[in-house]
Design a protein around this ligand. Structure first.
Ligand code: AMP
Length: 451
């Protein structure tokens, strides 16, 4: 591990069972076996049936430089010329980016030594930019707005100081309870996994309260008075209305991916939940984007916050983006199957627009002996987690997903993202392709364009 660089190691045990359906203490972590991703191998060229254009070929209209921002449903380019404005055929180089030099080492933070040990055990050598900047403020008890997306290490940026807070209160014989709101079940589970790693041997409990899972075990789990409740707004509200979750004793709250929660229509639930929390509380707010509505929410929910903005991932550098032109009359499925034969396509996330389409595509691929799993909103929580885990472990090479289901997912070493259906907005495009090229690996993103 290089000194002075935020050097990612794949961590997080695949054997850890989420606490959905039961309050759990945290079992031991096993290192995750991440698939290897060889970005340096040349692509197989000259495939029949479609024309994957590159700048070197005549007719390519790919723009170099940063993609142009387009917003609004339907604003996403439908023609190749329009698409080429945001599909950035980045040149994949092996050149090292200048190393980020954090101001702090984890050892500098005044947190419990056992927590420091757990951070080390997780393989975190140095704080990521958001951790470096946010942790000192959160430790002083200030409200913080973190403008950072998944992949920046934002989860640990709020978990580390909040775990320390819980532990310090415990040492004084007091209770500190933390509520974490996240837009999707998968993100909630991911946060809890990260928590599990940091919380080894610290003697407190955490639980996940998400929709799509049986509510009864969650009710039982809440009776054990966990220190961390991580949930989606709808289920949290439901538990509150059933009077099994009272937030009067929760003095810390994290709104993770607040912009996404807003997009998903959770705003009323978020307001309801926050209105039942103590007025004097510690509020942390994370969002990948800043908009007028987000600014309004910050004004509404936080008091004099410190605003920290980080941008560690430049998509144009880490992700090689390209368009796959589907000639008129050609079958998109055949083109996809053809691509997936290539051994370089080792861990492929395919995006479809609708739940129905995603399910149909996964089945069609499996029929063609490309074993694929799917995640979308019509699947049960259990089935989604099962599919995700199979993909993470490399048991299936292809995961077909909708935008909502894949939001915020942190899947190690995704080799390719394929936009089988065009995303609706530029934001969705950026979020989709951001599932690859993570943690200093190079990734490839292909967007299917029907000619
Ligand atoms: P997040 O943005 O919180 O979803 O984190 C993205 C990935 O980076 C996760 O797999 C984390 O376990 C990992 N990670 C977070 N912080 C660090 C760090 N300081 N060093 C190495 N890996 C990290």
């Amino acid at each position: 591990m290089q000194i002075g660089r935020w050097n990612h190691q794949e961590t997080g045990g695949s054997d850890y069972r989420p606490a959905t359906g039961g309050t759990e203490t945290f079992p031991s972590r096993r290192p995750q076996v991440g698939g290897s991703f060889d970005s340096g191998r040349p692509r197989r060229g000259g495939r029949g049936g479609f024309d994957r254009r590159s700048p070197s070929r005549p007719g390519y209209s790919g723009a170099q430089g940063r993609p142009r921002r387009k917003t609004g449903v339907g604003a996403f380019g439908e023609t190749e010329t329009e698409i080429s404005k945001f599909v950035n055929r980045a040149v994949v180089t092996t050149e090292e980016e200048p190393a980020f030099m954090p101001e702090h080492a984890f050892a500098d933070f005044p947190v419990d030594p056992r927590l420091k040990k757990n951070i080390e055990t997780k393989g975190y050598a140095l704080p990521s930019p958001i951790q470096d900047k946010a942790i000192p403020h959160v430790l002083t008890g200030r409200d913080v707005v973190g403008l950072a997306e998944t992949g920046t290490g934002k989860t640990a940026a709020f978990l580390i100081p909040l775990i320390d807070k819980v532990v310090k209160h415990m040492a004084l014989g007091e209770r500190e309870r933390v509520l974490i709101m996240a837009p999707t079940r998968e993100l909630a589970v991911q946060i809890e996994r990260e928590l599990a790693g940091f919380a080894q041997g610290l003697g407190f409990r955490g639980m996940v309260a998400v929709g799509g899972a049986n509510i009864n075990p969650q009710i039982v789990a809440l009776r054990n008075d966990p220190s961390f409740v991580i949930g989606t707004p709808g289920r949290l509200k439901d538990l509150m209305e059933r009077k099994v979750l009272s937030l009067a004793g929760f003095h810390s709250v994290v709104l993770d991916e607040a912009d996404r929660m807003l997009d998903m229509g959770f705003i009323d639930d978020m307001r309801f939940i926050l209105s039942k929390m103590p007025k004097e509380r510690h509020t942390l707010f994370f969002s990948a984007t800043m908009s007028r509505e987000i600014e309004k929410l910050i004004g509404e929910f936080l008091i004099d916050p410190t605003i920290i903005s980080v941008k560690t991932r430049d998509t144009s550098k880490n992700i090689d983006q390209d368009v796959v032109r589907i000639p008129r009359g050609a079958d998109k499925l055949d083109v996809l199957v053809d691509l997936l034969q290539d051994r370089d396509f080792s861990k492929v996330l395919v995006f479809g627009r609708t739940k129905y389409g995603v399910e149909k595509l996964a089945k069609a691929l499996s029929r063609k002996h490309i074993y694929a799993e799917s995640i979308h909103g019509d699947k049960t929580y259990r089935a989604r987690i099962k599919a995700l885990e199979a993909f993470k472990r490399g048991e299936v090479t292809v995961l077909v997903a909708t935008d909502v289901a894949a939001r915020g997912l942190d899947i190690p070493a995704v080799s390719h993202v394929i936009n089988y259906d065009l995303p609706s907005t530029y934001e969705d495009y950026v979020h989709r392709i951001g599932r690859t090229g993570r943690a200093s690996l190079k990734g490839k993103a292909l967007t299917f364009v029907q000619g």
